[in-house]
Design a binder for this molecule. Structure first.
Ligand code: NAD
Ligand code: K
Ligand code: MN
Length: 348
């Protein structure tokens, strides 16, 4: 590749503050990566209120046909039902078949909150579970009744399972924990658990994952153990909703959601995205932590094979956190988004 075409979708709230910071960090990599070209794209709640659509077809088409990868910020989805609105990030993951949400949670030592050392990856299924969003409201004998469909397929469970085994195999501990609740949901979570467990037995793998140890943990006790002994986890694979919740919980243990990156990965496309949302409580104040987005850019670059550029970003971010002088208020600092970005750039 001579150039790298990156779609930028800051969307709403602090997404508009942290994605520009990630862009500057990518530009600062210079010749460590192919020359980046950025395409500004729109989506989100504000886009919906302005244009009537939350995810314009043009945004999807440009990502599909012109971009090598993308960075997404955050959307402000209302908690109430709004006719015609549907979360664009959930839709994008499905439309681009970005079936794996990979979320590394690592504590940088000395940890800002003096917590135990954490080095894990949450591998979240990204296309189904309750996020198929088939909800219906009916009136029953005793009032309103709401129902939702929770879809778990063998295909999606197998491919997320295989992704998780691959990630586990590449790590030093090679330990995979399957998260489920099949003691209660024996059909849906039962299928997820059985299918992931069956991945090493798939035809053609020839013992490829023999070195990976497999454990499983019910989702509630997984959260309990995560808070008590986070060091037992290496790679955690989970259906969509559990993966969402567990990664926010793990974020708290390393200090802030503003540190946790992710990629939405499919077989043909990758989109970096900070795990956090649009943070309306701090929006517009210029104090959002940009590190999750810069790390998301690093993850995206690494996924594309540009590990030199990715390493540089990660090392710069780690140094800024470790030094502890220039941090945003979520990490008990007093610096702004721009000051933290400048600190990262000065280390590159
Ligand atoms: P949130 O992640 O936006 O915020 C949770 C808390 O973490 C807030 O106190 C916020 O200030 C803090 N925080 C998050 N990111 C931060 C950062 N980079 N720097 C400093 N502090 C940070 O979650 P929420 O408040 O539950 O949701 C707000 C909105 O975001 C909702 O509309 C929700 O639908 C949306 N959301 C979007 C995504 C997404 O875009 N994928 C994910 C989660 C939530
Ligand atoms: K986000
Ligand atoms: Mn979430």
């Amino acid at each position: 590749r001579k150039s790298l075409k990156i779609g930028l979708i800051p969307a709403d709230g602090i997404g508009k503050e942290v994605i520009p910071a990630a862009k500057q960090a990518i530009i600062a990599l210079g010749s460590d990566i192919p020359k980046p070209e950025f395409v500004d794209l729109i989506a989100g709640w504000e886009c919906f209120t302005r244009t009537g659509v939350a995810l314009p077809e043009e945004t999807v088409e440009i990502l599909r046909n012109e971009c090598d990868c993308a960075l997404f910020g955050s959307v402000s989805s209302p908690s109430r039902k709004v006719t015609g609105y549907s979360s664009p990030i959930v839709a994008l993951r499905k439309k681009l078949d970005l079936y794996a949400n990979i979320r590394p949670v690592v504590s940088v030592s000395p940890d800002v909150n003096q917590r135990p050392s954490i080095d894990l990856i949450v591998v979240r299924e990204n296309t189904e579970c309750l996020y198929v969003k088939e909800e219906i409201l009916t009136i029953g004998e005793h009032g309103k009744e709401a129902r939702a469909t929770r879809l778990i397929t063998e295909r999606a469970s197998r491919r997320i399972g295989q992704m998780a085994f691959e990630l586990a195999l590449a790590r030093s501990r090679k330990h995979l924990t399957i998260i489920h609740k099949s003691n209660v949901l024996s059909v849906t979570d039962g299928l997820f658990r059985e299918t992931v467990r069956g991945v090493p037995l798939l035809a053609g793998l020839n013992g490829k994952y023999d070195g990976v140890t497999i454990a499983e943990q019910l989702v509630d006790s997984a959260v309990y153990r995560l808070f008590r002994e986070p060091e037992i986890f290496d790679v955690m694979v989970a259906p969509n909703l559990y993966g969402d919740i567990i990664s926010d919980a793990a974020a708290a243990l390393v200090g802030s959601l503003g540190l946790i990156p992710s990629i939405n990965a499919g077989d043909d496309f990758v989109m970096g995205e900070p795990v956090h949302g649009s943070a309306p409580d701090i929006e517009g104040k210029g104090i959002a932590n940009p590190l999750a987005s810069i790390r998301s850019a690093a993850l995206m670059l690494r996924h594309l094979g540009y590990s030199k550029g990715a390493d540089k970003l990660d090392i710069a971010v780690d140094r800024v956190i470790r030094e502890g002088r220039v941090l945003t208020p979520d990490l008990k600092g007093t610096s702004t988004t721009n000051e933290v970005l400048e600190a990262v750039l000065s280390k590159l």
